[in-house]
Design a protein around this ligand. Sequence first.
Ligand code: S3P
Length: 455
Amino acid sequence: MRLVVHPGAVVQGRARVPGDKSIAHRWLILAATARGRSRVLQVPPSLDVRSTAACMAAVVPEARPGLDAWALNVARGAHSDGFTWGTAGDVGSTSEVEVESHGRGSLGRPGSVLDCGNSGTTMRLLSGLLAAAPFSATLTGDESLRRRPMDRVAQPLRAMGATIETTDGHAPVTVRGGLLRGISYHAPMPSAQLKSAILLAGCDADGLTEVIEAAATRDHTERALEALGGPVVRSPGRVAVSRFQHEGFDAAVPGDVSSAAFLAGAAAVTGGEIEVLDVGLNPSRTGFLEVLQRMGVAVETFERRTELGEPVGDLIVHGPSRLRATSVSADELPLVIDEVPLLAAVAAHASGDTWFAGAGELRVKESDRLTGTVSALRAIGSHAGAEGEDLVVAGGGVRGGTTSSAGDHRMAMATAVAGLAADGDVVVEDADATDISFPGFADVLRAAGAHVETS
Ligand code: S3P
């Protein structure tokens, strides 16, 4: 599919976005390994989340009927009422997953290789979960995932007592679970997937398992474990857990604030106003709003409730008549890691140079997003460069042009947003990738007044 963006429209309105993919992975894993019945509502139909559901169905036979029933609904397209434009109240029951389990003891050897698709979160979190399970399982994924580093997870899990074989540091990865002991681990890079893999393994290890981070990363795993009554100890830069079996729970996945970011970016570059309802407002994910504010964007958030430790509410973003350049420090970067392509697209419309310092982790995302952002912005008539691990975007506008997402969902959506205020059309090839995290992206933009065509 190609996305053709005709500039000129002001993007405005009220929206819901599909449920948060990062949170949904974790809650599905926790639901399938809880003792008792769990109901997870508003599970997004995103392809990555479907990968986690399929893998969990393969390793927890008891949870399979519930996970398969949801997957069938999603495959039938029944998920379309899971996110609607406007003030829709009820998001329907088709996005609900209900599972029964007897806890982690229900984990069983899968009948075949576990396919994690495009999802790094699925592969890394499952490696941690399976590290204590008494069988061996092999995890693989698509071409992009098989290029991404897995040693970062294998090393600490081996130190805890699991046997992990990678393929030259990559997937396929074979995890042979064992009796685990807690470790104290200084994470060598800021990664919530790494932290979460260790914490999930730590829930089934002897003694204390501790992760020390030099820079804060998203904290969905520790929030959920804490909300489930787990022995989680947190202080700035440090989180520890010990053996713990949680009970079943009910929770509704908040809208994905990283998807809302594209709508916020659309309002920012077109001088429009967007309200996103029922979205996750966890501060470890909303860093991009602070960056947008520094660029002159007006932002308001209204926290309404908490779901399994996650703050949820509404978000209003109002684009300014002129955007200013800003800089993002290396400490701040992990908290906006998934929004850098989008922020770069917005920065292309600002006046002055915007710097993103210490953005090296972008090279090992679904694609090399450091190089990809530079080449996409250049291809659509803007100026950007990489200096070592830093990304620099020269403002001044976007002329228009054609680029490819290279199969990366966030690259596709970021480039489309850049096009909304370009001088000429922006064409994004290979744009089906948006389904990885934001099925319906083009429809939602269109409903907000954008001139976007798909062909
Ligand atoms: C995620 C963590 C981040 C992020 C990814 C989702 C998670 O990856 O980029 O989209 O759900 O834990 P890293 O842990 O590799 O930084």
